[in-house]
Design a protein around this ligand. Structure first.
Ligand SMILES: NC(=O)c1ccc[n+]([C@@H]2O[C@H](COP(=O)([O-])OP(=O)(O)OC[C@H]3O[C@@H](n4cnc5c(N)ncnc54)[C@H](OP(=O)(O)O)[C@@H]3O)[C@@H](O)[C@H]2O)c1
Length: 154
C-alpha cells in the first residue's frame, strides 16, 4: 500500500512509519517544512492534490497539546486550527482525486473523552466537550465531507 501520513514526523508518526515500512508499505510524510526529498508539504498537497496511487491516508498532524504554555484562547485556537486545516486539506485532496484511497484515519479523537471523571465509566454516550473534546470534534467534523471512501474513522 501507499500511505500518506500527515504529521508523520511526530511521536506516533515515526513509529507508524517504521511499522508500515517494515511491512513493505510505502509511506509519504506530509509536513510543514520538508527536509527530506520524499516528503510532501501541505502547501504542495493543497496546490496539486494527492500524488498518484495513494491507498490510505492518516492524519496525525497538529500543534502539540503538551507544549509548555498556558491554555490561552490563542493557544486553543492554534490547537484546533492546526488539526482542522490539515484535515480539510486532506479531505479536499481526497475528494478531488480521480482514484481515491480506500481508507482515511484521523487520530485526534483518541483524546475525545478527556481525563475528567476518572472514577466513572466512559462510553459512546459520554459527552465531555471541554477543550480536548472540542479539538476532536472540530477536526472530526471535516470527515463527513469525504466522498466515496470505503472507510473513514477518527
Ligand atoms: N502522543 C500521544 O500520546 C497522543 C495521545 C492522544 C492524542 N494524540 C493525538 O495524536 C496526534 C499525533 O500525536 P503525536 O504525539 O504524534 O504528535 P506530535 O509528536 O506533536 O507530532 C505532530 C506533528 O504535527 C505537525 N505539526 C505540529 N504543529 C503543527 C501545526 N501548527 N500545523 C500543522 N502541523 C503541525 C508536526 O509535523 P511537521 O513539523 O513535520 O509539520 C508534528 O510532527 C495528535 O493530534 C495528538 O493530539 C496523541
Amino acid at each position: 500500500m501507499k500511505i500518506l501520513v500527515g504529521g508523520g514526523s511526530g511521536f506516533i508518526g515515526r513509529h507508524l512509519r517504521r511499522l508500515a515500512e517494515g511491512q513493505g508499505h510505502e509511506v509519504v510524510n506530509i509536513t510543514r517544512k520538508s527536509t527530506n526529498p520524499n516528503d510532501l508539504t501541505w502547501t504542495l498537497l493543497e496546490r496539486y492534490g494527492l500524488p498518484p496511487g495513494v491507498d490510505g491516508v492518516v492524519n496525525l498532524a497538529g500543534k502539540n497539546i503538551m507544549t509548555p504554555t498556558r491554555w490561552t484562547a490563542d493557544f486553543k485556537k492554534a490547537l484546533i486550527d492546526s488539526r482542522v486545516n490539515t484535515t480539510r486539506i486532506l479531505v479536499e485532496s481526497v475528494n478531488s482525486a480521480k482514484v481515491k484511497p480506500s481508507v482515511f484515519i484521523g487520530c485526534s479523537a483518541v483524546g475525545y473523552y478527556g481525563t475528567e471523571d476518572r472514577g466513572s465509566a466512559v462510553d459512546e454516550d459520554s459527552r465531555q466537550c471541554r477543550s480536548l473534546s472540542l479539538i476532536c470534534v472540530s477536526s472530526g467534523r471535516q470527515l463527513p465531507r469525504l466522498v466515496t471512501l470505503t472507510c473513514a474513522v477518527s
